[in-house]
Design a protein around this ligand. Sequence first.
Ligand SMILES: Cc1ncc(COP(=O)(O)O)c(C=O)c1O
Length: 335
Amino acid sequence: MLHNEPKWISLAHLPTPIHKLDKLTALLDGPEIYVKRDDLTGSGLSGNKVRKLEYLLADALEGNADTLITCGGIQSNHARATAIAAVQNGMRSVLVLRGEREVPYDGNIFLDRLVGADIRLVSEEQYALRIEQIMEQVAGELRDQGRRPYIIPEGGSNPIGVWGYIRASGEIRDQLEEMNLQVDVIVCAVGSGGTQAGLLLGGKLSDLGARVVGFNVCQTAEHFQGLIGRLVAETIERYDLSVRIAPDEIILVDGYVGRGYALSRPEELELIRTVAREEGIFLDPVYTGKAIFGLADQIRQGRFRKGEKILFLHTGGIYGLFTPQKRAGFFPGKA
Ligand SMILES: Cc1ncc(COP(=O)(O)O)c(C=O)c1O
């Protein structure tokens, strides 16, 4: 237990394994690549969001909440994990999702529907302009009905959620020690910043001694340097953590958003297919597929070299593969 750690409940199946990706390492002919399998934190309730929810739900339950409200893209992994965690802990959920047409029946949202989440769609524009207000409105509506709502921000990325990857860093340290392995770099996909913020803080608190490199799958590196910097600073202040993260330690590699958030390029899908065939591991098209594509490209460009050891954090997202658009991308004519 770390100094000032907030309340925590167990949701994930831990520790998730770390193992080497021999075939991918050989294929890219650069650094040794290891993977931390946070895609295996569970089945429905899986991926990196579960670690954040272990703290966020503890906070919600402590305040006696009965309904979780959160937001995200139409195929949000975070919204799906929140809806499932709500049910498992005797609560309900309202998901405010970015979408204008009908609510589909595939991928993550299929599971949202199965667990009975209350799904509300808002336009792209409204989402960008006033998602916090919209969630406050939903909370007000629920309070009027006598319910006790708890709002979780996009991606679960606030100072409470950040603790998910502060704790995970301790798990990684213990595993690496046991494996007698020292890694130089930890690589992750970045969507709302909470995972990288937690890894940065946890890396220091657990003395991991590795650089943390994020690949942003939306927005720009500059945007996330600012956002993660603020999130780190707020977390340090709120929990009185005795660490300091310098701005140049917040490393993001721009240039791999590709066609845009959740949109795939054929070369990204091809690498997902290669990793599936060579390693038997399923990366997702929205986050981990783009991050590994970026990593492979940076290895080719010489940014990471032979002799270095990289730990790639597989943050989950498998249900993003199960949509007609992605199916058509992998198998044209079979959607
Ligand atoms: C599968 C997956 N990987 C990575 C991320 C990025 O994590 P974060 O939002 O903490 O930056 C997300 C969520 O945004 C995700 O769902």
